[in-house]
Design a protein around this ligand. Structure first.
Ligand code: SAM
Length: 201
């Protein structure tokens, strides 16, 4: 794909998000995963870590419907007033807060983490920060997943990350690595879908 084609595709995803009232284009990544792997079902409880500005929470809220619930957490939470009744938004810093904060809303059938660190431009540092966030997210997933639940998270790829992915995979029946179409060119991010939580073995 040429740079011009890539730019056109990026603009397309951003415009489509604005038109459909999603605050971020990242919603199309989740939509792509959902179309391929059927992530959500009516009535489920979903935990969305690093939810701001709120596209994934909005999408998941629609997908699980009024009988389901989405708890979206972020260190810089979006204004909660724009969300439907089944989407609850709270402030939380995953690096300092523990999963007890969400225990009253769980267990969760689906745990999402699109968390990303503030990038420094230095690849190794950003990768280490991303890995740190993912390790915290795994702690939350282990504490709050329903049996058989799913855990989808974003990570910046790195050699250290491979060992971590192996560890995560040991808690689930199945693991798939994903690179969505809406990922910006040059991005180091991949998504990892872990299905069928079986607890600590
Ligand atoms: C790419 S954005 C998420 C976009 C979101 N999925 C959406 O669709 O609107 C990454 C988010 O991770 C959050 N984040 C980064 N570090 C965090 C931390 N320590 N605790 C909680 N959230 C964090 C950021 O504040 C940011 O809002």
């Amino acid at each position: 794909m040429t740079i011009k084609d890539r730019k056109r595709l990026d603009d397309y995803y951003s415009q489509k998000a604005r038109k459909e009232n999603y605050p971020a284009r990242s919603v199309w990544k989740l939509e792509e995963f959902d179309a391929k792997y059927r992530l959500f079902r009516a009535g489920q409880r979903v935990l969305d870590l690093g939810c701001a500005p709120g596209s994934w929470s909005l999408y998941a809220g629609k997908a699980v419907g009024p009988g389901g619930l989405v708890l979206g957490l972020d260190v810089a939470p979006p204004e909660a007033s724009g969300f439907p009744g089944n989407v609850i938004i709270r402030g939380a810093d995953l690096l300092t807060d523990g999963p007890d904060l969400a225990a009253g809303y769980g267990p969760f059938q689906v745990i999402l983490s699109d968390m990303a660190p503030r990038t420094s431009g230095r690849k190794e540092i950003d990768q280490a920060k991303s890995l740190g966030l993912c390790s915290m997210a795994l702690g939350w997933a282990k504490a709050l997943s329903a049996p058989g639940g799913d855990f989808l998270f974003k990570i910046f790829q790195s050699p250290d990350g491979d060992g971590f992915l192996k560890e995560v995979g040991s808690y689930y029946e199945k693991q798939v690595r994903l690179k969505p179409r809406a990922t910006r060119k040059g991005s180091q991010e991949i998504f990892v879908l872990n299905r069928g939580f079986r607890g600590e073995t």
